[in-house]
Design a protein around this ligand. Structure first.
Ligand code: PHE
Length: 332
């Protein structure tokens, strides 16, 4: 038995096979076990001889099985290591890098300018309450000025914000002056899509509230902004306008970067390009934000950054800004 078994042991290649082998010889119904069981029928002289022999065989098989087990485990480990070898000389896979979107590039520049003047960045939700988008901005329900905003309503009280001005109202509720913030974000209006209109666009709101803030501060701030974004020789021009949330209000143009304000194809001969609305914060808006208009004053502005990006980068169709075609984006 021993010779046959040990020879068989040599040929075993898998741990499972080894276990079957062990059961076949040493298990309860194994070959050797049955010999030991049959010892009762032997004569008293034979019993110790056979018993000793059987024990020797069992010891030899157990040792053989242990050795075979070690051999198999070692082989398995070596095989695993062999399979996991890395070829460190293999060339890597090239990853394609993305590019910053033109809107992001313009926004980065604008942030840099205002952060440099001590502003902080505030944000608000795009799905907004009617209260913050209109009511707190001195536009009560049924006010005709609401019609100019082409609002996407979700329910009677909830809408997609039509401008970033609601962030002003939210911020004033939670902060006391001095306030100096810009609020970049997406805004929504029910506009038909064409080369210069999109139902989704981007604004940057600005709000400053403190004691003694004047229209002169607003103009100076916008001049710094315009020169920073469009170049040192840029001038700005204010035209009287109406917004419910500012008084007085103005629309602000920058001198055209193509012709320096003398009239060219970019500005269609006008010399000026409209880029923002602004004004002194209306007392009702300060009051809605819990700020006393007899103590504090402030200015606010709202920039449309899609148009600024189009102007700066010579993009002639607004739709390109939303298609995210990598061939387009790679150019900036
Ligand atoms: N919210 C105005 C708009 O979207 C812009 C604006 C902001 C005007 C702040 C005045 C002050 O048209």
């Amino acid at each position: 038995i021993q010779k046959k078994a040990l020879e068989k042991l040599e040929t075993i290649q898998e741990l499972r096979e080894l276990e079957d082998f062990r059961v076949a010889y040493l298990g309860k119904k194994g070959e050797l076990t049955s010999i030991l069981k049959g010892m009762g029928s032997l004569s008293p002289e034979e019993r110790p001889v056979i018993g000793q022999l059987a024990n020797e065989v069992r010891n030899a098989l157990e040792a053989g099985i242990a050795a075979a087990k070690e051999r198999l485990i070692k082989a398995a480990r070596e095989e695993k290591i062999r399979q996991e070898t890395l070829d460190v000389t293999m060339p890597g896979r090239a990853r394609k890098l993305g590019k910053k979107h033109p809107i992001t590039l313009v926004l980065d520049e604008i942030k840099e300018i205002f952060l440099g003047m001590g502003y902080e960045i505030a944000e608000g939700p795009e799905v907004e309450l009617d209260y913050f988008n209109f009511e707190a901005l001195n536009m009560p329900r049924n006010h005709p000025a609401r019609d100019t905003q082409d609002t996407f309503y979700i329910t009677e009280d909830v809408l997609l914000r039509t401008h970033t001005s609601p962030v002003q109202a939210r911020y004033m509720k939670d902060h006391k002056p001095p306030i100096r913030i810009i609020c970049p974000g997406r805004v929504y209006r029910s506009d038909a899509v064409d080369a210069t209109h999109s139902p989704i666009f981007h604004q940057v709101e600005g709000l400053v509230v403190d004691k003694g803030v004047t229209m002169g501060d607003l103009v100076g701030t916008l001049q710094v902004f315009a020169k920073g974004v469009f170049g040192e020789n840029t001038r700005i021009r204010l035209r009287p306008h109406h917004f419910n949330f500012t008084e007085p209000s103005a629309e602000v143009d920058v001198s055209c970067w193509g012709c320096g304000g003398t009239g060219c194809r970019i500005c269609k001969g006008e010399g000026w390009i409209e880029i923002l609305g602004a004004g002194m914060v209306h007392p009702n808006v300060l009051r809605a934000g819990g700020i006393d208009p007899d103590v504090y004053s402030g200015f606010a502005f709202g920039l449309g950054i899609d148009r600024i990006a189009m102007g700066k980068f010579g993009i002639d169709d607004m739709r390109l800004l939303f298609e995210n075609d990598i061939r387009f984006l790679r150019q900036f």
